[in-house]
Write a new protein. Sequence first.
Length: 212
Amino acid sequence: MKTRSHGLAAVLAAALLAGCNTMPQNPAGSAPVAINPAIGGPIKGVGIESHDIIGMSDQMMRDMLASARLTQARGGRAPRVIVDAANFANDSTQPINRNIITDRLRVALNRSAAGKLSFVGRQYAAAVESERALKRTGTTDVGTTGMTQATLGADYRLGGRIASLDQRSARTGMVGRYTQITFEMFDLETSEIVWSGIYEFERSAADDVMYR
């Protein structure tokens, strides 16, 4: 029995070794490289890049906090705002996760607002309502901050649009793209636009990269 077991083990080892030897090799591969997203890496195209997202969110954050109309307190209370991608459309030819732009803008605003704005997390409404129901039925206690009659209503909400204009030369193969990103804060009672900002750029390249 021992001889048979040793023979079977040898066969399995030989098969495993043969399988490893037939695996495709990648001698031209390269190791991962850490990249500063504020600068960007070697793969660049004509569309929105990481440094654009960082630059535009920082620019919009500073402009919004400098707006006396947007940050004007009412009755001693900071205006309540919703900053998410629900009303932030992508009409450009580049596929992009809109949340990556609005999330960074919201976080940057929240960290720098210093009480000028109050942020409502409407994307968490379902979780909030579920917890409120548990508290009011006695399934859980009321927590440490107590209960309110209703959840927070907001004064302003982020809207905007990503748009682009593309060009391609049939003779040279060069591609170009003008990208325009608009940001607006609108009044949730009157629909009045109380603040607007814009970020735009144009780039061209011989071979564009694939965005996804």
